[in-house]
Design a protein around this ligand. Structure first.
Ligand SMILES: Cc1cc2nc3c(=O)[nH]c(=O)nc-3n(C[C@H](O)[C@H](O)[C@H](O)COP(=O)(O)OP(=O)(O)OC[C@H]3O[C@@H](n4cnc5c(N)ncnc54)[C@H](O)[C@@H]3O)c2cc1C
Length: 415
């Protein structure tokens, strides 16, 4: 069986890993397989939280992390006999992919299944487009030549929260232009309120109802005009905007792009996964990629369990969520303070909380946490949810002590 994958991000690499033991896999990638756009931002945030202020040192850390990760992915793919093919891929009907190599040569690959993992693109009107110098996309932190004294962050979402946190920790005076009355991460209102108060304490100025209609870069800085005519200026502006898949760019007609639970499009044997399907997170992209790849090689009939994935953002503190809360149909919930765990006192970081929600059968439905290592607090709950554990089962579990991961069981015992 021949599988062609278009795109070498988290989804493309994961699809290759899942399919390779069962098929001949070609991975068409226009960059280095395993390269991940947001990696630099993650390193910048971790470095800023750790108190690093030296851009050269942060840049070196980014380079080390990227090189290490790309080498790891290359070794994995080689061990699995995946054929990497540098170039841009485009669907040529259901069973074929046209590949344009980086030096312009074209070739056609026949395939029994094609997995499109080409990601999504930032499409903005010219009045808001990044210029790579003063107006930067979220992943372009590394283009800063020096730490800006002031910065505008345009837009909210998880990316907006992270940009404000990173830049303000690095010492920039941040003005956050958010479209509605308060910033939204898309996680849970209690998370948004908690993190917004934290950022404001850190000096971030939140400007509500500030949908930006025009951004202009000048020699001395950048200026933004909002929908109600207000002007804001700073040295640089960062755009925290969402992305959209561009199916036409990979040769998939819009009317064929609807998918079933495995990501299979109306074209039999052509799958859409990850941001190319709908941008959420790398973990979701990888889960979809694995489900599609195993379906394509006829090894599994299980769709990706997206509800069971812990989604996390920010650091120092981190915010994380899994499954459904009471606002999303769960039967009930309890909130415990991070300070209920001895580990928080040992770490001298007692600020934070965990909300645990259950369904009408008394099983774990979901949870949300804000805390240092919140994603790790929720990790046991991902297993509990998958195993359909009842709260009393969870309550009976005593984990390592002291460790913040015990918070989930503490919450269950409180119920
Ligand atoms: C600023 C920012 C921060 C983020 N932080 C996180 C985070 O902390 N955790 C998290 O889980 N998610 C995070 N995300 C989301 C995450 O980056 C995406 O969900 C994830 O990268 C999707 O993986 P993917 O493989 O589907 O797409 P991508 O990572 O976009 O990979 C697609 C790849 O395909 C290549 N490609 C495109 N077209 C073609 C073609 N025609 N031929 C060949 N190759 C092609 C692209 O160049 C790219 O390398 C963040 C996103 C942003 C923008």
């Amino acid at each position: 069986m021949r599988i062609v994958i278009i795109g070498g991000g988290p989804a493309g690499v994961e699809a290759a890993r899942a399919a390779a033991p069962h098929a001949a896999v070609t991975l068409v990638a226009d960059g280095v397989p395993g390269a991940w756009g947001p990696l630099a931002g993650r390193v910048w945030l971790a470095a800023a939280v750790a108190g690093e202020r030296n851009l050269e040192a942060i840049g070196a850390r980014v380079a080390r992390a990227s090189a290490g990760w790309q080498a790891r992915c290359a070794a994995d793919l080689a061990a699995l006999d995946v054929t990497p093919l540098p170039g841009r891929g485009q669907l040529d009907g259901p069973g074929a992919v046209l590949v344009k190599s980086l030096d312009g040569e074209q070739m056609r690959l026949e395939a029994d299944a094609v997995i499109i993992a080409a990601g999504a693109t930032l499409t903005l009107p010219p009045d808001l487009a990044p210029d790579g110098e003063r107006i930067l996309a979220a992943e372009e932190l590394g283009k800063l030549q020096s730490l800006p004294a002031s910065a505008l962050v345009v837009g909210d979402g998880t990316i907006g929260f992270e940009l404000c946190h990173t830049l303000s920790l690095l010492g920039s005076a941040v003005t956050w232009l958010v479209p509605e009355a308060t910033p939204h991460s898309g996680t849970a209102p209690e998370v948004d309120g908690y993190l917004t108060r934290l950022l404001e304490r850190q000096g971030v100025h939140v400007a509500p109802h500030s949908r930006v209609t025009r951004l202009a870069a000048r020699l001395e800085g950048v200026s933004a005009v909002t929908v109600n005519g207000e002007r804001h200026g700073a040295e640089v502006a960062f755009l925290a905007f969402g992305r959209r898949p561009d199916h036409r760019a990979v040769g998939l007609p819009a009317e064929q792009a609807t998918t079933d639970v495995y990501g299979q499009t109306k074209l039999h044997g052509v799958y859409l996964v990850g941001d190319a399907l709908a941008p959420v997170a790398a973990s979701v992209a990888m889960a979809q990629a694995r489900a599609a790849a195993l379906h394509a090689v006829r090894r599994s009939s299980e769709p990706a369990d997206i509800d069971g994935i812990v989604l996390a953002f920010m650091e120092g503190p981190q915010a994380a969520k899994i499954g459904r809360l009471t606002t999303e149909g769960a039967a009930g919930s309890v909130t415990v303070a991070l300070a209920d765990s001895l580990a928080a006192h040992v770490m001298d970081a007692t600020e934070g909380f965990l909300t645990l929600a259950w369904d009408y059968g008394g099983r774990v439905a979901g949870a949300v946490a804000v805390a240092p290592r919140a994603a790790e607090i929720l990790a046991p709950l991902a297993v509990a949810r998958r195993a359909r554990l009842r709260l009393e089962d969870l309550a009976a579990i005593y984990g390592p002590y002291p460790a913040v991961s015990e918070l989930a069981a503490i919450a269950a015992r409180q119920v």
